[in-house]
Design a protein around this ligand. Structure first.
Ligand code: JBE
Length: 249
């Protein structure tokens, strides 16, 4: 997967070089490029925003730099790759490219979920456009939609100052689902939200710690009883903390 990020704070994404995603980049599983939106301005002050038409507080991001940044990224992606070796059979042919998806983090977007992360983990190319909370000129979304699939995505109903933190979260949630990024794919299965419920509580040694003991069911080796206990814990925790996630009765 290739990820392009457009931002006025490129330094935000230096951290992507560490942890699992850093290894995935070294292994060639994930390719990440960060672009400074100001590199697509042409005035001395490298201006990226201006006052909103219709008045109101705050500033709106100008369409011109965004248009040039998106064109540069999408044109590069559309350019013919170095000639792939003649494939002998249909099976060798690379899977059809799903085409670029352009995602703008926005509190006005559809809510980001584990299901969306899993869906996006199969994409070939994702472009993240980090705007300021006051917003990006609406025509940018319309223009981007003429060249690619565009989605406004929200992490939640709260206000951040910009999209960078949201993009970091989405890249981590999506990236860890890409085959080969997480060492043991098994560890992806029993997680919160994977089966629609919150995960069960976890314990490790010692069996007794400061008068707190590990539930005996987990230490007696009866795998059937353990699975039953864990499922019951998931349901109880989901019912208590996130009843909205419970399957319809
Ligand atoms: N909540 C948000 N606030 C500002 C920008 C982006 C946001 N988000 O959730 O993606």
């Amino acid at each position: 997967m290739r990820i392009d990020i457009v931002t006025i704070f490129p330094e935000y994404f230096g951290v992507l070089d560490v942890s699992l995603l850093g290894r995935a980049r070294e292994d060639g599983i994930l390719e990440v490029a960060v672009h400074d939106l100001r590199d697509f301005t042409h005035d001395r002050h490298r201006t990226v925003d201006d006052k909103p038409y219709g008045g109101g507080a705050g500033m709106v991001m100008k369409p011109e730099p965004w248009g040039e940044a998106l064109d540069a990224i999408l044109d590069a992606a559309a350019a013919p790759k170095s000639a792939a070796p003649e494939s002998t059979t249909e099976a060798d042919a690379p899977a059809a490219d799903t085409g670029p998806i352009v995602i703008f983090p926005s509190p006005a977007g559809e809510v980001f979920t584990q299901a969306m992360a899993r869906e996006l983990s199969h994409a070939d190319h994702i472009v993240f456009g980090c705007g300021r909370y006051e917003g990006i000129d609406q025509r940018v979304f319309e223009y981007a939609g003429s060249r690619a699939s565009v989605r406004l995505v929200s992490l939640g109903d709260y206000v951040l100052n910009g999209g960078e933190v949201a993009v970091m979260a989405m890249i981590e949630a999506i990236g860890r689902l890409i085959p080969g990024v997480i060492g043991n794919p098994e560890s992806l299965v029993e997680e919160s939200h994977e089966d629609g419920l919150l995960e069960y509580p976890s314990y490790t040694k010692p069996a007794l710690w400061r008068d707190y003991e590990v539930p005996p069911v987990l230490t007696n080796g009866n795998h059937g009883a353990i699975a039953t206990w864990r499922r019951a814990q998931q349901l109880e925790r989901t019912r208590r903390v996130r009843p909205d996630l419970l399957p319809p009765a």
